[in-house]
Design a protein around this ligand. Structure first.
Ligand code: ARG
Length: 705
């Protein structure tokens, strides 16, 4: 014994692998040898005993993992935070450890029930006593960290564990004398790695490879300049020796079968207390409220998963379950995050799910002024498709021009404060842009079970829809189109050239002629191929009647472009009697506005094609204003463009033969989108046939016979 350093150990008299609570235990039930375990443990015991004082706690029957005294609690000075085990299999150890600590005169702090924390297995002091590293993610809860900080009066740095093989912090992280750190970076999330890098300079960081990590090289006992571990590669030993550490290897393979090694088998009960160090935890907490069909619509699961996935933690403060099918539920949730930045990220996502920060807490949003035209302040709030409201003078103000991917600008007008969405490129110097996430909420319509079922019925992203299912969706869409037309509503069609290639041109023409379409959006190609078909009978050189390529047909579309260019516009060509049928002919004849957005691959382009994309976006945005339904027909690019501009509440129908496109477009997290995986020509022909079949609501109302 060379120092006043003390450790607590527990002999393996009753050690065995009896259950599986970590991946190492899997396949190892009753596979460890007691004799070998005793022998390995004693070797470790003697190595430590030569260098420190070792106290022993009495092993107990029925709690085989009690050998892992690292999990007894966390000791600093006279104080102990007793462990609260996550798994019931180990909870039986708690009273025995408590008894031992009390018998030694420690002051024992106990965490609330349901707030797990697994002691020094998940909390490691910097060896200089400057702060405490605390792990969470598998066994210990983030919310335990502020209590530990308070009780032990230390700064706690929370690290999130990501790899279930390294479920305790001490399996992948080992602070060493003189501020060195032995650790396995892939076991942590990006935030945690950044935090580690901020506190430990590169020259002190010893990042190990997986090969050493799985041999529990980080699960080492450090006494001054000695490091005791199960096994280390030659390379790691060299690195440690080079910075003045002596490495002692002692096999602990029997304990590896339970997911532990040297460090787990010990608990350091003398830690340096530094008077100048005080309680501090970067953890932030906020309370949010949610309302709606929280269970039925899966909102609560999504919110809670999101919090955890993003490195936070939660406590459901209360949950009022709506008891009837139509009644909504409400919940109040305490959200914790390891840092301010993490909290802001979590909150912005929760806002998108309709969560509201406790309103009485915030009276005004935060804003910053635009200093460079077209550039927002760094921390600007990015909008979604959902109706949004912001807090001004303790009241909720509605945001205008709602669309996704914009900034919110607030301004003073004679009528008070207004807020509206503005694209980055439209920001002007002096505009006040909302930053952060405080005082912002999105208003989600409560999705009912019926609506969701309807969506699932329509949504077929998973594969090509069966014919019958396509027919059912078509029936539904036809009915909606008829209703919108009869009520003077607005339908916008976004279409790609595939509509023409698959023979859908005549059907789309008919829809336009019969007043079902109020605006048409596309690119250069759909117009070119539509007119090629109208003027020359081919589409991309393929004879549309016979389905075969026409000799020299590949030049047809250029001839058409040339003709239209000669007339100056599509409308002029119609007027001149050059263009006498087809989709664009119908648009001109029926005063249906259209916008063609150009692209790099356009031939020509047609005089009508807008090659200035900012202008094209503006045109599109103008034409979709007030739309009730948008029908997206086989044009991924233009459809996504339209989706970006469209606020929630507009019904979207997306038809494409490629399920991936349908999934991408219809997955707006809302009930309004329907996807149909099918050939678009076939879809249009079914739609037209269905519309023809539909009797007017007028006729339906009359008694039969
Ligand atoms: N079987 C034990 C468990 O899964 C092993 C504990 C190892 N201890 C440690 N501090 N890493 O809880």
């Amino acid at each position: 014994m060379t120092s006043e350093i003390r450790f607590l150990m527990c002999a393996p008299n009753h050690y065995d692998v009896d259950y599986v609570i970590n991946p190492w235990m899997e396949g190892n039930i009753h596979k460890s040898s007691r004799d070998r375990a005793v022998e390995q443990w004693e070797k470790l015991y003697h190595i430590i005993k030569e260098r420190a004082i070792v106290d022993l706690v009495q092993p107990q029957v029925g709690v085989p993992d009690m050998v892992f005294t690292a999990n007894a609690g966390l000791v600093l000075g006279e104080n102990v935070v007793l462990s609260r085990f996550y798994h019931k299999e180990r909870q039986g150890e708690e009273p025995f450890f408590k008894q031992w600590f009390e018998s030694q005169g420690y002051h024992v702090f106990e965490l609330p029930k349901d707030l797990p924390f697994e002691g020094a297995g998940d909390a490691l002091f910097d060896r200089e006593g400057r702060w405490l590293w605390a792990g969470y993610g598998f066994r210990s809860e983030l919310d335990s960290h502020p209590l530990i900080a308070k009780w032990l009066d230390v700064e706690v740095l929370s690290l999130r564990l990501m790899d279930e093989r390294f479920y305790h912090l001490d399996t992948c992280f080992c602070p060493l004398t003189d501020g060195y750190l032995l650790y396995y970076p892939p076991a942590f999330d990006a935030y945690s790695n950044r935090l580690i890098e901020l506190r430990v300079p590169p020259s002190r960081r010893i990042a190990i490879a997986e090969e050493d990590a799985v041999n529990f090289a980080c699960n080492a006992v450090n006494i001054d300049r000695t490091v005791i571990m199960n096994q280390a590669s030659a390379g790691l030993k060299q690195r440690l020796q080079a910075i003045g550490f002596e490495v002692i290897e002692t096999p602990l393979t029997e304990f590896l079968k339970a997911g532990g090694a040297a460090k787990c088998l010990t608990l350091r009960v003398t830690e340096p207390v530094r008077a100048e160090v005080h309680a501090n935890a970067a953890i932030e907490t906020r309370i949010i409220q949610m309302e709606g069909h929280l269970l039925d619509a899966g909102l609560i699961n999504r919110a809670l998963d999101l919090i955890v996935d993003m490195g936070g933690s939660f406590q459901v403060l209360n949950f009022n379950l709506g008891v009837q099918r139509q009644s909504t539920s409400s919940a109040e949730i305490k959200v914790s995050a390891p840092s301010h930045d993490a909290m802001e990220e979590i909150m912005s996502q929760l806002i998108d799910l309709g969560a509201v920060p406790r309103p009485q807490e915030i009276c005004d949003i935060n804003w910053e002024t635009v200093e460079m035209a077209g550039v927002a302040p760094d921390d600007f709030y990015v909008t979604t498709i959902y109706p949004t409201e912001v807090r001004v003078n303790c009241e909720w103000v509605k945001v205008h021009n709602q669309r996704m991917d914009a900034a919110i600008v607030v301004s003073n007008t004679p009528d008070g404060v207004t807020a509206r969405c503005k694209l980055l490129r439209d920001l002007q110097v002096g505009d006040r842009v909302i930053v952060g996430v405080e005082g912002i909420r999105t208003v989600r319509k409560a999705e009912s079970r019926e609506q969701r079922n309807a969506q699932e019925f329509g949504f077929m992203g998973a594969g090509v829809s069966s014919e019958r299912r396509v027919e059912l969706v078509v029936e539904q869409i036809a009915w909606e189109l008829r209703q919108i037309r009869d009520q003077g509503g607005k339908v916008v069609v976004v279409a790609g050239p595939v509509v023409i290639h698959t023979g859908g041109g005549e059907h789309l023409s008919k829809l336009i002629r019969e007043g079902y379409v109020q605006a048409l959006l596309g690119g250069n190609a759909i117009a070119v191929h539509d007119m090629e078909q109208a003027m020359l009978g081919t589409s991309l050189g393929v004879d549309m009647k016979r389905g075969v390529s026409v000799r020299g047909g590949h030049r047809h579309h250029l001839k058409v472009i040339n003709t239209i260019r000669r007339h100056g516009s599509i409308a002029n060509a119609v007027e001149a009697g050059v263009l006498t049928s087809g989709v664009f002919y119908e648009c001109v004849k029926n005063n249906v506005p259209f916008s063609l957005a150009g692209s790099i691959r356009d031939d020509g382009p047609l005089p009508d094609t807008q090659m200035n994309l900012v202008k094209a976006q503006e045109d599109y945005a103008r034409l979709i204003q007030g739309a009730d339904l948008i029908l997206m027909l086989s044009s991924m690019l233009h459809s996504i463009g339209v989706g970006n501009m469209t606020p929630a509440g507009v019904r979207l129908v997306c038809v494409d033969i490629n399920p991936a496109v349908v999934t991408k477009l219809s997955d707006r997290g809302s009930v309004e989108s329907v996807g149909v995986v099918t050939d678009v020509g076939l879809f249009l022909s079914l739609l037209v046939r269905q519309l023809d079949k539909l009797t007017s609501p007028y006729r339906l109302a009359q008694p039969v016979g």
